[in-house]
Each structure stands twice: as C-alpha cells, then as structure tokens.
Design a protein around this ligand. Structure first.
Ligand SMILES: Nc1ncnc2c1ncn2[C@@H]1O[C@H](COP(=O)(O)OP(=O)(O)OP(=O)(O)O)[C@@H](O)[C@H]1O
Ligand SMILES: [Zn+2]
Length: 628
C-alpha cells in the first residue's frame, strides 16, 4: 500500500517534468534553425525589402528573407507600426493565436491542485510515521527495535561508576540466563524495573548491558513513540510489542522516557488525553497479563519518577526501582577510563585529576569530554591525546554555551561538606542516634548533600531522649557551617523546619515536656511522625507556654550540638576533607574518622590516588580552620 502511494507521487513529479520539457520543445518547433536578429535590424531589413514573409506569434516574429534564410526576433512592446511596415514593403505575413494548451496539458492544469493535495497528504502521512521505516500504513505495529546477541555487545564492563545499580540488577541477569532454573531455586523476579536518574547517567546503557550479559534479545522503544495522533494506535502498538517480545522470550523490553505515556492520568495538557490514557491502560493490561515465568522483563527509564501514574508502580508492574544517579568522584574516574580505552591517550593524562575537576558531570558528559579532547588533539595533529587537550575540552564543555548548572562552585562544595560533616559528627557522638550509613555531597534533586542514618529497628516508638538527639543532629549542619565557614547558608532551612516540628510534637502530642506535663496539647500542627491532622483545642495563654517550651527545647539542643562540634573540630575537619576527596563516604570510613584514623578505602570501586595538585581542588586550607 505504502509503496504504491509513494510510487504514484514519484510518477506525478516525472510527468510534470516531461510536460514542461515538451512545452519547451513545442515552442521551439517553428523557430528551429532561425538566426536571431535584433528587432530594429529586422525593421530595417523589412524596409530594405529583404523580407519575403513572416509569422507573428504573440511578440515573437519568425521570418524568411528573400534570399531564403530564416530569422527570428522578438519585441517586448506591441509595435503598432509593424503591420504598416510589413504591408508597405509587400511582406506576406500571418498572425497566429498564442498556442492553445493541448488536451493533455489541459487535464494536467485542471488536476494539478488535486495532485498537489494528494502529494501533501502522502507527505504528512509518512512524516507521522516517523520516516515510514515500518511502512506508512502499519499504524498498529510497534516501532521497537530489536537487538540480539550479535548486535548488542554491551556488557557490565562498559557501564562504569554505578556498582550499586549493577548489583541490584545482577539478579535479573541470572534469571534471564535460565528462567526455569532460577525459579526452581526459589528466586523471586520483578515484572518490571524502573530506572530512575538524571539524563545521561547510563540508564539505557545499563539496560542494554543486562541483555548483553544474559545474551537475550533487547527490544528498545521510546515512550514518545507510542504517542500518536490517532486514538487507539498507541494501544495497539503496545499490544504488538508485547506479542513480539513473547515470541522471543526470554528477553528484555526497554521503554525509554516512560513518562511520555506514564504520566498520571487526568493530568497534563488540557485535562486528559484519551490516546495517551488508552496507551497507558494497555500497558497496564499487558503487564498484568503475562506470567512471571514468561521470561519477559520490562525495564523502563525516566528522570521523573514523581510524575508517573501510581498504577504503574503497583506490585506486578514496575515494582522495583533502581536509582542511577550522577557518578561520584570514583565513578567519574571509572567512566573516564572506560571511554579513554577507545582513544590513544598520552601517559600524562590522569583520569583521577580529571574526575576531581568534573563534579556534576554525567556519564554522557564524560563520554563527550573524551570525545572533545580527542578532537582537540586531532586538530593539533598530535598522535596522542594529552592532558592539555582534556583541560581545553573541559573548559569548552563547562564554560561553553550550555553552561552546566549542576557544576557546583568549589565554595559551595566546601560549605556542603562542612554542613554534612556537622550532621554526621553530632549523630556519631550521641548515644541513641541511628547509625550513620553514608554521607555524601553529591547534589541530588534539590538537596546539595545528604547524611543517611539507617534505623536499626523499624520505628515503632519514639523515645524522648532520642527525639532530643535528633534535634541536635538537625542543628549540626548549620552550626558546622558557622564554626568553620563563618557563614550561614539557606541549605539549613529544611533542617530547622524539621527540628521545630519535632520539638512541637514532643510538647503538644507526646506529653514529653517537664513544665507542661503529660497532657496532650493538640493544635493544628501536622503530626511529625504519623502525619495525622489534629484539631486546635488550646487557649491563647497555654499556646504561649507551649511556644516557650518548644523554644527552650530547641535552645538546649542547639547548645549541645554546638559544644559537641567545638570539642570535635578535628573530626569535622577530617570528615570534610574525606568528603571533598571522595564525595561519598560509607559507614566504615566514618568509623575510621571518628576513631582518629585515616579513613580506609571505600568499599565500591577503585581507589582515588592522592595527587600532589590537591590544593586547587578543594583540600582544606588552613585559613578555614581558624577558630571563630
Ligand atoms: N555509567 C556509564 N559508564 C560508561 N558510559 C556511560 C555511563 N553513563 C553514560 N555513559 C555514556 O553516555 C552515553 C549516554 O548514556 P545513556 O543513553 O545510557 O544515558 P541515559 O541515562 O539513558 O540518558 P537519557 O535519560 O538521556 O536517555 C552512553 O552511550 C555512554 O557512552
Ligand atoms: Zn542539613
């Protein structure tokens, strides 16, 4: 069908071209062989009696001279004297009507608008099909591309710097290698895996690597490919894709940008989009429909998990999330190494120094960095890519037109490092606090850094002293900034809010205040721990007492936090240094620091070598350690 139409379009064009060419020939038929002559000369010839006869067609004149030659001339204006001159000099002449269009060309002219419309229509149909690779009229066919073992050679070795994500998906590889064996051993496999992370962090790469490791086919499609103008097309594409995948099981279906279809229903442009919702519904139906043992695993990627329809995240659908974040300093070094293998690199290039200087770069940015550096080297006709090329490439990328906003300024990094160290050190020094699991200064979402505490038990009851300690920990961040950076940043405002909420809950809900006693003073504040709303039942006078009590709890914990940090400046400094070096430090490293040891190497990945050029990249300078 499709071919017929495009052929028809081509024939129309050919016919039009032939038609114009013939027209040209037609016009030239009479005048062929005639010698051109200027009009004034022609009139002179007429007056001299050298012209025997002439044919006048519109403004063109073709004439025979008395000595048997053929001449032609033309005039741009209508010469009223011409006829007189011809008559006076006995020239036989004939005046022809401008040529009537032939029958064929008449048809052409009357049908031309129709043909044009048809052509335009065909063009748009093909556009809508995205170039018509799968055929312009194969609406319902999915556009998934399939890669099999021979075309997909990506393995885990090609994906660097996200070892935790790799760990999480290795189970899926085991399953795909031998689904029946895996299930006999009692493994439970998710239906769908959602990869969440910023653009260019290697989500697609990781999904391909899973298929590559397991040596199974890999179907890839983008969520936006399902979104069509015609209702029902997307849904039937989904159906087609799943059918196709089942024939090739075990295999992986990878849906990039799932948010294009998976946005939660009833939201979005102009309140609801039938086509998209149908497509989403079909996807839900398909995911519910296949058995776990069918061996088809659906992996979807998004950088916005928050906008997805909750129905997609329910058990049996995308019930596992793998976070693929921006790489930390070691991750960046590994990624650089992966990509540097592909180009000839000079020995002066140090991946660790480059990694240090590229905070906020994604995997794709780093791949681009290597590429740009190679281009610089090529332009300079070098055989090897040198450090200078990398430095220039980095400047081009960082300072180029698309200035990277994620790249933190050095000052900000230091400030965040002190802030997070403050939280962590206070948490380590207080006996009841949850163990500190990990501290990072990698920017994530709106947060500049993060201190993770993992509770040892599920939280059933909160005890008073533990809640007090938590308030002190929350204050630790800002106090550390004050002590070591002599400045306050806005990064702590959320900490203060949480601290205040906690203190309020202690006084008003849990009866933990000594002065106010064990009575519950409810107010409209949302419960800090259980999220209920309570009614306001207190008088103005009591309210003031409550406020004073909250104030005093906060003041006490602030003082506690401050004295702990003042007494343990060395710990904060050491932890800040470690954070600036490693960006993320784990529980073991934190323990080492608290014991006054130099922190061991991190669990994941290769170590970052210490370099003498440390000072430029944010080592702790002595001035910053001066007491307040
Ligand atoms: N962890 C990594 N290790 C090695 N290379 C990486 C890594 N992350 C990204 N890259 C490089 O960046 C390219 C783009 O990554 P990829 O398409 O997988 O990112 P993505 O997370 O799927 O991005 P998007 O969200 O924009 O689709 C890869 O082809 C690879 O060259
Ligand atoms: Zn904080």
């Amino acid at each position: 069908m499709n071919n017929m139409f495009s052929k028809a379009a081509i024939w129309v064009v050919i016919a039009l071209v032939l038609f114009t060419v013939f027209k040209q020939f037609d016009a030239k038929g009479l005048s062929s062989g005639a010698a051109p002559m200027a009009y004034s000369e022609f009139i002179n010839e007429v007056k001299a009696g050298h012209i025997s006869d002439a044919v006048i067609e519109d403004r063109n004149i073709i004439a025979n001279t008395s000595d048997g030659k053929k001449v032609k001339t033309s005039t741009t204006f209508l010469d009223r004297g011409l006829v007189g001159d011809l008559l006076n000099n006995n020239v036989k002449f004939d005046v022809k009507q401008p040529e009537e269009p032939s029958f064929l060309s008449q048809i052409f002219i009357s049908w031309f608008p129709m043909i044009l419309l048809l052509g335009v229509w065909i063009f748009f149909m093909r556009q809508m099909q995205g170039g018509g690779k799968g055929g312009a009229f194969s609406f319902g066919k999915s556009k998934a591309r399939m890669l099999d073992e021979t075309t997909n050679t990506v393995t885990f070795a090609d994906v660097a710097g996200c070892d935790e994500a790799k760990d999480e998906v290795s189970e899926i590889v085991d399953f795909l290698r031998d689904p029946t064996k895996f299930q006999k051993l009692g493994g439970r496999i998710p239906h769908g895996v959602l990869m969440v992370g910023p653009p260019g962090t290697g989500k697609t790469l990781l999904a391909r690597a899973i298929a590559g490791e397991a040596k199974v086919p890999f179907f890839t499609i983008s969520g936006s490919d399902f979104v069509e103008m015609f209702v029902g097309v997307g849904a039937s594409r989904v159906r087609d894709m799943f059918e196709n995948a089942k024939k090739h099981s075990p295999c992986i279906i990878f849906i990039d940008e799932i948010d294009a279809v998976g946005r939660h229903r009833g939201a979005g442009m102009g309140g609801g989009n039938d086509e998209r919702e149908q497509t989403l519904n079909q996807m839900l139906v398909e995911m519910d429909g296949f058995e776990v043992n069918s061996g088809v695993i659906v992996i979807a990627a998004t950088n916005r998990a928050d906008v997805l329809d909750k129905a997609l995240l329910r058990p049996g659908r995308f019930d596992r999330q793998v976070v693929v974040g921006l790489p930390d300093i070691r991750g960046r070094e590994q990624i650089l190494n992966v990509h540097m293998r592909k180009v000839p690199i000079s020995t002066d290039v140090k991946a660790d120094i480059l990694a240090r200087g590229t905070p906020g770069f994604s995997g794709a940015d780093l791949a681009n960095l290597v590429n740009e550096a190679a281009l610089f080297a090529a332009r300079r006709t070098k055989r090897l890519v040198e450090m200078q090329d990398f430095e220039d490439a980095k400047d081009k990328i960082v300072m180029g037109p698309e200035r990277k906003s994620a790249v933190m300024r050095e000052e900000e990094r230091r400030n965040t490092a002190y802030h997070e160290s403050g939280h962590a050190v206070v948490a380590k020094l207080l006996p009841k606090a949850d163990p500190v699991h990990k501290v990072t200064i990698m920017p994530r979402g709106f947060a500049l850094g993060l201190t993770w505490q993992l509770p040892e038990h599920d939280r059933v009851n909160m005890y008073k002293d533990k809640m007090l300690e938590e308030i002190a920990i929350l204050f630790g961040g800002r106090i550390s900034e004050e002590i070591f950076m002599h400045q306050m940043s806005t990064g702590a405002s959320n900490d203060f809010e949480r601290a205040t909420k906690l203190a309020r809950a202690m006084v008003t809900r849990y009866g933990m205040s000594e002065t106010l006693g064990t009575m519950v003073y409810e107010d409209t504040e949302q419960d800090a721990y259980f999220g209920r709303m309570a009614a306001k039942t207190v008088s103005e006078a009591t309210q003031q007492k409550v406020d004073a009590e909250i104030r005093s709890i906060l003041d006490q914990q602030y003082a506690l936090s401050r004295s702990l940090l003042e007494e343990n400046r060395d710990k904060v400094e050491a932890m800040t240094k470690a954070l600036l070096d490693w960006e993320t430090i784990d529980a073991d490293q934190i323990n080492d620091i608290m014991e006054g040891l130099s922190p061991r190497l991190p669990k994941y990945g290769i170590p970052v070598k210490k370099t003498p050029t440390d000072s430029s990249s944010g080592g702790v300078s002595p001035t910053a350690t001066a007491p307040a």
